[in-house]
Design a protein around this ligand. Structure first.
Ligand SMILES: C[S@@+](CC[C@H](N)C(=O)[O-])C[C@H]1O[C@@H](n2cnc3c(N)ncnc32)[C@H](O)[C@@H]1O
Length: 247
């Protein structure tokens, strides 16, 4: 079953790629938008509840702002809050993020279990990035707040890594760009490589469900088919979007 949450006037809420910490709207508005997205995920049966610790979310945000080297990012404050909240509510024991660039997307997910925003104990938090230099930057960034050394930042191609993984994955976050213009069409290959590690109740999050909907069409058709996933919802909180799917 497929669902959609569209924030009012989301087209006017544009990601500031080179100024990720700038406040785009009042905090109260951001919270209302994300609460609406979480309510849709609850209605869709994807999350059990919609509440999370907002003070911890802000502690997470401050730590990232103060410590991370982020040359650019497509993660807006709304998306950062939504990713943090989904992880804080679902509390996956094993979270795997693929295509993490400088680590901002990784920590937006892992921040629910790592650093000052931590609200639960996880077993394994893995970030995969194919470009070694960016994986190094991501590792440096994450280490500034990961005092317990929980995160594993690995310089590797996500597809063979996912094919070989033996741990069950509670939450898989997809954000890799395929080679030579193929863009987000790589998501379906990544998902298929990971299927054996997903269990009933696992979540799969795919960034860019709005701006890359065309190159992701095969992925979106797959996760929205109830023969493959129990429920799937398109979170149109900004001009990038996030597809959230429950196995
Ligand atoms: C568009 S960036 C993601 C940026 C992210 N949305 C942000 O705002 O920080 C995609 C990343 O995926 C990485 N990537 C591409 N193919 C990959 C693969 N097969 N495995 C792991 N990472 C990959 C790229 O090197 C790039 O850093």
């Amino acid at each position: 079953m497929s669902h959609v949450y569209e924030a009012a006037q989301w087209r006017q809420y544009e990601v500031k790629w080179h100024d990720p910490h700038r406040e785009i709207e009042p905090l109260e508005r951001e919270i209302v938008v994300v609460d609406g997205a979480l309510a849709t995920l609850v209605q869709a049966g994807i999350l059990p509840r919609g509440d999370y610790d907002r003070a911890k979310m802000l502690a997470h945000r401050s730590a990232v702002r103060d410590n991370f080297d982020i040359p650019w990012t497509a993660i807006s404050p709304r998306m950062q809050r939504l990713l943090y909240a989904i992880n804080a509510i679902a509390q996956p024991q094993v979270m795997v993020a693929v295509g993490i660039f400088c680590g901002n997307t990784f920590i937006s997910n892992a921040g629910a279990a790592i650093g000052p925003g931590a609200c639960y104990q996880a077993q394994r938090m893995v970030g995969l990035e194919i470009r070694a230099k960016e994986a190094d930057r991501a590792r440096r960034n994450v280490l500034t707040i990961d005092h317990d050394r929980l995160a594993e930042i690995i310089a590797a191609d996500g597809i063979p890594w996912l094919r070989d993984v033996t741990d069950p994955i509670g939450l898989l976050y997809l954000d890799a760009d395929g080679p030579s213009g193929s863009g987000k069409s790589i998501y379906l290959h990544m998902l298929q490589a990971a299927l054996h590690a997903l269990r009933p109740g696992s979540l799969v999050l795919a960034h860019n469900s709005v701006n890359a909907a065309r190159t992701m069409h095969d992925y979106l058709a797959y996760v929205r088919d109830s023969a493959n996933f129990r429920s799937s919802a398109n979170m149109v909180v900004d001009d990038q979007g996030l597809e959230v799917s429950l196995r």
